[in-house]
Design a protein around this ligand. Structure first.
Ligand SMILES: [Zn+2]
Length: 329
């Protein structure tokens, strides 16, 4: 279990605000936590629920060992409810079911907390049921709505809740999480250069496509620079079979672009920013033979290829033209 102080490490602004509010005992009835996956929305929501219920709180920190704290931690507190989407949406009957449960149970206290995961998936009916709860004058209800996409949350919810935006994960933290999930540091660093979204990262990490793609990108760029006679063969034999779908082709071009950015970083000695962390000697060799002007021209060529890709041109022709441009230098 974390303390508020520990949570402050990843979300200082949000935690400071909530702690101050707890000190003044002036919590809002409803909060909308917006932030991408992995930014700690649920952790902060559970901590808030603990601070809300704990009878042995020290300042704003929950004690972590009373019955309330423990039950919230284990997900079986009778007055703390997590609502997750049932299929594609959160439906009215899910909320009504909870309301019924409350009335049967005779309630341990007047306090209740709802934590709604993916609040953007609430139907209008579900949202109205939650709002009805919040508006009951006697109820000490706290609703914490979590979403990755605040703009998709119904306006009625927006207008009645305090909207807090969670800061995105730092690049270091994102890489650290990927490594913790069992990915190598070279792949994790590459993924973190391609996306900051955990969902996109998960998609990219399916199977071992990304590892193969990385190897082919490195080979292709190296050949474009030093063995031009090989490059069209590699394109034909290795690139085209691997980058089949549009999204993969875009990622492939992004990976070439990242290689060029690495060459740029190598030239100016910014090696701690590299994407291809284990390719430093290759990068140094190539950086020697390419001027900054040439690199920026090549980067523009990749960006142009990306735009053409969106316009449905033939992939092979597009790649051949790009590689030719890089070779000509
Ligand atoms: Zn406690």
């Amino acid at each position: 279990m974390d303390t508020w102080e520990q949570l402050k490490e990843t979300q200082p602004r949000i935690v400071n605000l909530l702690v101050r509010t707890l000190e003044k005992d002036r919590l809002a009835h409803a909060y909308l936590f917006e932030g991408s996956k992995g930014t700690g929305k649920k952790k902060v929501a559970l901590q808030l629920a603990k601070s809300y219920f704990c009878g042995e709180r020290k300042a704003t920190d929950p004690c972590m060992h009373c019955a309330d704290c423990k039950r919230i931690e284990h997900g079986n507190h009778p007055d703390v409810h997590m609502i997750d989407p049932d299929g594609q949406s959160i439906k009215k009957h899910q909320v009504e079911h909870l309301q019924k449960e409350f009335s049967y149970r005779g309630m341990e206290s007047a306090k209740k907390v709802y934590i709604v995961n993916h609040a953007d998936l609430m139907t209008v009916g579900a949202a109205n049921s939650i709002l009805k709860f919040l508006e009951e004058p006697a109820a000490e209800t706290l609703a914490i709505l979590l979403t990755e996409q605040g703009s998709k949350v119904l306006p009625t919810i927006h207008s009645r809740s305090q909207h807090l935006t969670f800061a995105p994960l730092s690049r270091e933290k994102f890489i650290e999480n990927l490594i913790k999930n069992g990915n190598s540091s070279t792949i994790s660093t590459l993924i973190a250069s391609l996306t900051t979204s955990e969902d996109e990262a998960t998609l990219l990490l399916e199977g071992d496509w990304i590892a193969q793609a990385r190897t082919v990108v490195i080979q292709l760029v190296e050949e474009a620079y030093s063995r031009p006679s090989q490059v069209l063969f590699t394109l034909q034999e290795k690139w085209l079979p691997l980058f089949k779908e549009r999204a993969q082709q875009e990622t492939g071009l992004d990976m070439i672009l990242l290689w060029m950015r690495d060459l740029m970083y190598t030239k100016v000695g910014k090696v701690d920013a590299l994407t291809y962390v284990d390719q430093q000697s290759k990068l140094e060799q190539q950086a020697l033979t390419s001027s900054q002007e040439l690199l920026s021209r090549n980067m523009s060529a990749v960006l142009q290829a990306k735009r053409h890709l969106a316009a449905n041109v033939n992939l092979q022709l597009l790649m051949e033209k790009l590689l030719l441009t890089i070779q000509e230098g």
